[in-house]
Design a protein around this ligand. Sequence first.
Ligand code: SF4
Length: 240
Amino acid sequence: MQKRLRIPEELRVSGMTPLTTIDFPDHLACVLYTQGCPLRCRYCHNPQLIPFGDQPGSISWPEIEEFLHRRQGLLEAVVFSGGEPTLQPALAAAMAAVRELGFKVGLHTAGVSPERLAQLLPLVDWVGLDVKAPYQRYPQVTGRNHQAQQNRNSLELLLDSGIPFECRTTVDWRLFPPDELHDLACQLADLGVEHYAVQINQARNCLDPALEQMVTLPTEQLANLRDRLDELFPVFVWRE
Ligand code: SF4
């Protein structure tokens, strides 16, 4: 049977940031948040984006296209985020349409499907890959089994692709301790990751209400950890 061609109108988009300077390095971008995610990260602060459902997204493709036409020459890139955008069957069509309009394409993904990522990479200019947890902690942090290996395979694809990317890990010290974060960072550096970011869970609107209260480490311990992580990568960012 012939494969049905997807069209960008089928992309389910449930939110948009019209202008950002932090979601695609060194570019003015907008972010489109797609609906649906297979993970259940306990700190997820966009739990409304998790259900896939079968309804159209709240922002239609014609609305997005109209917005992008008005921003030509002003915005440089469009970032597809989520949810988990790579599981949207229409993502490749939407990326191609965005490129056609003259924008670069960014992708935020948790690397849940290396197969889908491999299909999309030719259409992508920059990737932010979430590495959710140290390998052994993945089920506990994401609520899903078998995702650690999927993520590792996605990372290897990215390393082989030559496409610029950043790995990022959101941290809540109740989910894994600083030494395990350091071990994870060492593994990533050994694999060849050059850009790494640590993002502290802001403990707002978390999927798991038990994480709603922010926890921190003693200042000296944090500073020491930051220094040790910073030594590992050409580019290291600590986001709070
Ligand atoms: S934080 Fe986790 S559960 Fe929430 S959208 Fe991102 S990958 Fe999905």
